[in-house]
Ligand binder design. Structure first.
Ligand SMILES: Cc1ncc(COP(=O)(O)O)c(C=O)c1O
Length: 478
């Protein structure tokens, strides 16, 4: 080395030692996770105060940092890995997924072009085809991994708009008369549909929330009626979003009927199976994708219910050429000469792309489809048993048909005539949620259905066993 050389990492042996210690830390953390509070109970600002206002001028050894991590970071962590994390969708990691993340961080490749790392591109294409076939999706779908379902739905809606042939890419959306475009989804669809549509300029007036039926599934008659009304006012249906596994209750929209409407109306059909997609692995939900051959795009999140650490969301489409037409823009410095390769940067907004396929490959290869299926089947069985136990309680009402691994209920308070006191029921239910979460022993979240507050339990952790649900029942019984 010359006097002018400077090497950032000066002690490779320190890295090896600290790396082993970090893996030991992770192994202990996962083994002992049930001893921790699920929901962090720090006060706002408490964690920030533990850190200096400026970065250190001179560095500290890794050992020191691991100790500081334990002391100053861990108290403010809510443990998404905890088997009694039942809130939201318990975004599930796994040991295989953690190792996949480690390897991908080590390689630090940027898979924007095929040549910037052929393995990143080719493994992505391969594992997405594995997931496609595991879930029984049609052959020949193009797949791409992005960070979240929100981004994938945004990309799908952008492609839907491009597919209308209104030359928006060339002429923009101002200065000429464009038809009023509509995106339809049920009143139970995830807010990411609205966000994507808003970002694309559909406006709130362009987003139509179609009523759902008693089981919170899209009412297809209402969809058809609304489209007819909109057409009469010269509005154009651009996209219809069907959700398979809604956020609040895991309801499954009637895909085949919705697909027929989309086909007739020449609207893009986007399927949001972000959470529910993996349920197709188990017998009870094998049919949820019935009708999917007519979908233009489908989103499935391995970071929700396929044991892959956040972030990893798959967008499938049978019309990759439309996605490419929407987003491809190749400056001179990114031109390459290879033919017959996928340059994934052409199919979305971002240029730089993490090597996420490696963790998905690791998860699918380490556990194999049978173990993954068994884990998901156990979640579905636990949910159904939990619903039975709750039904047997006098002061609990199940407020949506239990579906997949989600159970939604509320505490009911009755007046002397036996009629439900809505205000008192809401108070009792929020108090129950607060008590469960304050205990640190479990974490549940809430939703609102037809105006009523409801408690929501979603099961999805790879380590969850019935004892964990039994502990939750104990907290509910008080
Ligand atoms: C049905 C559904 N779609 C989309 C999303 C958005 O997911 P992401 O966090 O990957 O953007 C969620 C989040 O919970 C969801 O439940």
């Amino acid at each position: 080395m010359s006097d002018r050389d400077f090497v950032l990492d000066s002690d490779p042996e320190e890295f090896r030692r600290a790396g082993h210690a970090a893996i030991d830390w992770v192994a202990d953390y996962l083994e002992q996770i049930r001893d921790r509070r699920v929901l962090s109970n720090v006060e706002p600002g408490e964690i920030a105060r533990r850190f200096d206002d400026t970065p250190p001028a001179t560095g500290r050894p890794f050992d020191d940092l691991l100790a500081a991590f334990d002391r100053d970071v861990m108290p403010g962590v809510t443990h998404w890995n905890h088997p009694r994390f039942f809130a939201y969708f318990s975004i599930t990691g796994s040991r295989a997924g953690i190792l996949g993340e480690l390897l991908s961080a080590a390689l630090n490749v940027n898979g924007m072009l095929w040549r910037t790392s052929p393995s990143a591109t080719e493994l992505e294409t391969k594992v997405l085809d594995w997931v496609r076939s595991m879930l029984g999706l049609p052959e020949g779908l193009f797949g791409i991994i992005n960070d979240t379902a929100s981004i994938n739905t945004f990309l799908a809606l952008a492609a839907a708009r491009e597919a209308l042939g209104l030359e928006i890419r060339d002429k923009g959306m101002t200065g000429r008369a464009l038809p009023r475009l509509r995106v339809y989804c049920s009143d139970q669809a995830h807010s990411s549909v609205d966000k994507g549509a808003l970002a694309l300029g559909f406006g709130t007036a362009g987003i139509v929330r179609v009523p759902s039926d008693d089981a919170f599934r899209m009412d297809v008659d209402a969809l058809e009626k609304r489209i007819a009304e909109d057409r009469a006012k010269d509005a154009v249906p651009c996209a219809i979003v069907a959700t398979l596994g809604t956020t609040s209750t895991a309801a499954v929209d009637p895909l085949r009927r919705i697909a027929a409407v989309a086909k007739r109306e020449n609207a893009w059909l986007h399927v949001d199976a972000a959470y529910g997609g993996p349920s197709a692995l188990v017998d009870e939900y094998r049919e949820i994708f019935d009708g999917v051959e007519d979908a233009d795009s489908i989103v499935v999140n391995p970071h929700k219910w396929l044991f892959t650490p956040v972030d990893c969301s798959i967008l499938y489409t049978k019309r990759p050429e439309v996605l490419k037409r929407t987003f491809s823009l190749v400056p001179d410095y990114l031109q390459t000469t290879e033919s017959d390769v996928i340059n994934y940067m052409d199919y979305g907004l971002q240029l730089g792309r993490r090597f996420r396929a490696i963790k998905l490959w690791m998860v699918l290869s380490h556990y194999g489809t049978e173990r993954i299926r068994a884990a998901i089947a156990s979640h579905v069985a636990h949910a159904s048993r939990l619903a039975d136990e709750l039904r047997a309680m006098n002061d609990i009402e199940i407020v949506a048909p239990p579906s997949m691994s989600v159970v939604v209920f509320r505490r009911v308070v009755r007046d002397t005539d036996g009629a439900v006191d809505e205000d008192a029921s809401e108070r009792a239910s929020t108090e129950l949620v607060d008590a469960i979460n304050a205990s640190g022993k479990a974490f549940v979240s809430h939703t609102r259905l037809r105006g009523r507050y409801a408690i929501r339990v979603a099961i999805g952790n790879g380590a969850v066993v019935w004892d964990d649900l039994d502990a939750l029942l104990g907290l509910i019984r008080g």
